[in-house]
Structures are given as C-alpha cells and as structure tokens.
Design a binder for this molecule. Structure first.
Ligand code: BTN
Length: 265
C-alpha cells in the first residue's frame, strides 16, 4: 500500500496526532482495524479514494476521489469508562458541527451520527471497536462531503450537500482535516476526563428534529411514530412514542422519508 503523505502534528500541551494519507484504500475503517496495534494512538488514516466505503446498516458510502474527506481516527479506549464509548459517535458529530460553524454555517446533529445543513447530509460517522493484545481501540470513520457538487455528491441514504455547495467555493482538504482532528481530539479528551455532561449540552443545542413529529426506526427495523423530547444524560434519546408513551431509544435512526415528502425534496 503506497503512502502518499505522513503528517505529524505535535503541539505543546495540545492535540498530538499523525495523518497518514493513502491514494486508494478499500475502506479506511477496515484498514485501521487491521493495523491499529502497530500504529500510535490518534493515527488518522485518510484515503483519497475508497473502493468499499461503508456506512451504518451495511450501506455503501460513495465519495468522489480527490474531492471529499474519507478518513478514520484511532482512539485509545482501553482505560476509558465503558459506558462512555456509546457517546463517541455523537461527540464526533458535534465536532463536525462545530467545525462547520467556524465557516458561518448552521449545522444540526441528526442523532446519533449524521450532520445536516438545511436537512441535507454533509457528513456521516461510523464508529467501530477493535481489540488487540488486551487493548481496545475506537475506529472513528468520518465521511465528509467537502468539494463534490451536483450529481456526484455522496448520497448514502438521504439528500446530501457539501461544504463547497454551502460556501460556494472549494476548501483545502488537509487544512480542513487538521482543524477537524483538533476539535475531535479535544472533545474526546473532555469525554474521557469529565464524562458526557459538557458534550451533551452542546449536542442538545444542535439536535435536529427536537419536538418535531418524526418516525424512528430501530435496528430491527421496527418503526415508531412520535417526537424527540430530549437527549438523556447517557446520550440515549427521550422519545414520546404515539403507541408506547415515553421511551428511551439507544440505537437506530430517524427515518426522514415522510419529512422530505412534506418539505418537497
Ligand atoms: C453513515 O452515514 O452511515 C456513516 C458513513 C461513514 C463513512 C466513513 S468514510 C471513512 C470511513 N471508512 C468507511 O468505510 N466508512 C467511514
């Protein structure tokens, strides 16, 4: 596998990470899972092109070679409190949202793993866990539509947009990746040192569809109609279900089909 670039970021008292850029990989998550035991913590594997990019629920993540960002970051989880692991995806979504706000945009977090602008998806997150020699690693994969536009936009499940479409100019990807890694590692350190409370409040402020009538689909593909009331302390969703009353949802996704129909997409 030919490495195109290795970029090491070391800051006094700040984030320390290494970016390894490859021209073509099957999936950065799959690659990082395979090599995590030989790489330093906070290694970021960036592929200019993925041939088998994956999303949640076995969906395919297609992105335009050389235009967007597809990367995976290795997070050290061995000594992190077990219950906090389920919050990593949301914390990463928050980080992408904060990055976008730096460009004057108003993103929302579609619980638990998508970032939307004007109800269109700009980024999707797939966090997996890998274990090797008694060490546990978080494999945080992020697909981010940066410079693709028009018909080529990565659209995994719902209508999509990109940073270029929103800003009306292209953005240099390495600089963007470095900014994003700074934010993610900072949020991750807050999570592992102080728990979910701080990040929870920040996510809640940006939560999409709160109090709106939606349909939620769980991992067994059961659908629940109702509305999101709150983000619970542990990161699960507090949901008022039409048929079952108030329940907590810990996995699944918000199904948007009827919402797009209503809004005329
Ligand atoms: C989703 O929307 O369901 C999550 C999409 C995650 C895609 C990223 S691209 C980088 C990393 N490598 C993969 O194969 N998937 C993730």
């Amino acid at each position: 596998m030919e490495k195109e670039l290795k970029h090491e970021i070391i800051k006094p008292g700040g984030a320390i990470y290494t970016i390894y850029k490859y021209n073509k990989l099957d999936s950065t998550n799959a690659f990082l899972k395979q090599h995590c035991s030989t790489l330093p913590d906070f290694s970021a594997i960036w592929a200019n092109e993925q041939t088998h990019g994956r999303g949640r629920f076995d969906r395919v993540w297609n992105s335009v070679p050389g235009q967007d960002l597809t990367f995976s970051l290795m997070l050290p989880l061995t000594s992190m409190e077990q219950k906090l692991r389920q919050n990593i995806t949301q914390v990463a979504a928050l980080s992408v949202a904060q990055l976008l706000e730096g460009y004057g945009l108003k993103p929302h977090v579609k619980w638990p793993n998508d970032v939307l602008i004007h109800v269109k998806k700009i980024s999707g997150i797939l966090c997996e866990v890998a274990e090797s020699n008694e060490n546990v690693y978080g494999i945080l994969g992020i697909g981010f539509n940066v410079n693709s536009a028009g018909k080529s936009l990565s659209c995994i499940d719902i209508p999509a947009t990109s940073l270029r479409c929103e800003l009306r100019h292209t953005v240099e990807r390495l600089e963007l990746l470095k900014k994003l890694l700074d934010i993610i590692i900072n949020c991750f350190n807050i999570l592992r040192q102080s728990g979910f409370t701080h990040n929870r409040l920040e996510i809640k402020k940006r939560l999409a569809f709160i109090n709106e009538q939606i349909i939620f689909t769980d991992v067994k593909r059961n659908s629940y109609s109702g509305r999101i009331i709150d983000l619970n302390d542990d990161g699960t969703l507090l949901f008022e279900c039409e048929k079952r009353g108030i329940i907590s949802l810990n996995s699944g996704e918000i199904a948007l089909n009827n919402l797009y129909l209503k809004r005329g997409y």
